[in-house]
Ligand binder design. Sequence first.
Ligand SMILES: Cc1cc2nc3c(=O)[nH]c(=O)nc-3n(C[C@H](O)[C@H](O)[C@H](O)COP(=O)(O)O)c2cc1C
Length: 380
Amino acid sequence: MTNQYQPLLDDFTFDNGISLKNRVVMAPMTNFSSNEDGTVSDSEVNYYIRRSKGAGMVITACAYVSPSGKGFPGEFGTHNDEMIPSLRRLAESIKQEGAKAVLQVFHGGRMCPPDLVPDGDVVSASAVAPEQQTATGEQPLPRELTDEEIQSVIRDFGESARRAIEAGFDGIEIHGANGYLIQQFFSPHSNQRTDRWGGTIKERMAFPLAVIDEVKSAVKKHAKEPFLVGYRFSPEEPETPGITMDETLLLVDELAKKQLDYVHVSLMDFWSVPRRGVDDTRSRMEIIQERVGNKVPVIGVGSIYSADDALKAIKTGVPLIAIGRELIIDPDWVQKIEEGRASEIQTKLKKDAQHELVVPDALWQAIINTPGWFPVEENQ
Ligand SMILES: Cc1cc2nc3c(=O)[nH]c(=O)nc-3n(C[C@H](O)[C@H](O)[C@H](O)COP(=O)(O)O)c2cc1C
């Protein structure tokens, strides 16, 4: 019997030869559960093991590339070679279950809680406080990075790529989304520099593109086997001034020239439409997919709860879809589709199922204490 969801289950091969067993990717999700010293914890590893059997590729929570970039309590690090055994443990745990393992790396910039960075020295493109709060509720006024410091952070991204390779990951995802340092350089809200790193849109793109070049050259130098390099971005910002859809399309044009293995559009809703900047009523995902064409594979994400949601999303022509909250709510999401049991997929979180779902305490507490973040089953 043919499976009506087969387009989700078809394998996928990247240009560099790495193959995924299906089109479903686990979205990167911070879990607040790593050890104080930046190593991964047992509960975190168990959480990934529980979710790595079904998806073709698992992207980890974001990990900081420099001590000054730690953005969350309980986040793991890639900032020195002592982290390699911890990274290896994570990569192996994911790969043993059958998924490709991709490490997401970032620097939190002005979104870092001062308590988490050395000397409380929060840094960014410019000294502009965020409108959003950090993970622990502050809106710190950051210090503007010097040119030398910018180059040092760029090198930290390259070093993290080397460590990811040495740890056995299949790839790295550069986190240029969700308001963190890379996006802070692209954003006219947080970047008010007038040197080579800010000013025109071309200069605002200089930091993101330099990070990509550095990571790609580290991969060229150190990887002995094919290794994926992906880039994640948020298409728009709510702030004024802020990134607009037309600016993002220009960034997308540049990303498409960088020979990335994929680009990943960070959204909470796959079907959301542009806020401003283009005269187009289609979804952001459709506009971006059309602009990219077949230059680089795109991962789409956001509120793809059911198998039907996923089928509808993949039929837009996006080759890969990512699911995040859905895999916390139902770790067997993909297997149920494979086994013809798609109707049994859970789309609402059961509030008493933490242990059954293998979710670390800190992540569970964050979910339960943030109303509206996850759909929750009523009558419990
Ligand atoms: C608990 C949680 C943590 C997240 N952490 C990250 C992260 O570390 N990096 C990132 O790029 N996106 C992060 N996101 C965003 C997700 O990758 C994804 O874009 C978003 O949840 C929408 O997809 P979904 O509807 O499938 O959950 C996080 C989302 C959640 C729910």
